[in-house]
Design a protein around this ligand. Sequence first.
Ligand SMILES: *Cc1c(COP(=O)(O)O)cnc(C)c1O
Length: 366
Amino acid sequence: MIPYYSLQHISNSFEPALSQAIQQVTQSGWYLQGKENQQFEQAFAEYCGAKYCVGVGNGVDALSLIFMAYQTMGAMNKGDEVIVPANTCIATIVGVLRAGMKPVLCEPTLDTCNIDPTKIEALITNRTCAILPVHLYGRCAEMEQIVEIANRHQLKVIEDCAQAHGAIRHGKRVGNWGDAAGFSFYPSKNLGALGDAGGVVTNNEELAKLVRILANYGSSAKYVHDYMGINSRLDEMQAAILRLKLARLDADNQRRREIAQRYSAGIHNPLIRILSNTVWSDNVFHIYPVFTPERQRLQEFLTSQGVQTLIHYPIPPHQQKAMSEYSALSLPVTEQIHREELSLPMSPLLTDEEVDAVIAAVNRFV
Ligand SMILES: *Cc1c(COP(=O)(O)O)cnc(C)c1O
């Protein structure tokens, strides 16, 4: 069986350094808010080309904390609207809702699966405070157009970078295009911890300070609470693991691109649509999606051929029971993507032979 993404295989490829890093933290006797956090935050901010990174507990908290910090600064209010892509992992939307704001769902384009910039302006009202593009599947959203629309309407741009660590568009890394960005380091992301972890990246010093305070019960000095916050800290163990893995991120992303190029050149099946890519550095291929109206049959066929696949995602957010107030929405592009998407194996550790075996199996599907 060719696995979709073997975390065990990934962890093994970082040994023995991974175990050594863990042991070092274990023996240090210091597990939160220490030098491992400082070093990872500095390294990741530098990597993104941004001034600040604040380690937090997970990706959804990273997004919520950005909105909470803007509320504390008086730049946003509870109940304000945030334009988000309708085609995303539900965590994006949960991040907005948890901060007491209102997600407004915008259709993607079929060719990019990312938010359709031409459909944003029609959704802007006098309560809109921000646009939250997601770089879905690892592919940069159309940031120039999004930033231009935001500037014209004086809106903030908050990037959801949970699937796109290291992606570069026109020389600029994701995390650096808007006012602030949320990252997830969930284990299977391109940069993944061995548990939950997240980060906020920004060039805004006041925002970075407030995120750090709000993530630590609103405390700026020990036992002094000027704000009402939450507990969402990055622990030292995960910070040490992430700093180790960050050193290989560019090489891993480059290997993902090579695999994606091999898939794109090799897949020729009239039943299957792939996304075109003109600028390869734009994309770090967190996911390599293919599309077919016969998804279930394709998935079963590939399983029978020894190829493990996943679906990202089977049910669109607006059709989830948890979001019943959105259920009357008709979002045909989002719904089509959710009906047809299937994700092929994608890991920097896949060999060319494995990739070719996946391509051959996909091309055999009739
Ligand atoms: C994974 C993910 C998140 C949330 O990350 P967690 O660390 O699981 O909270 C948010 N947005 C997108 C697009 C994601 O893929």
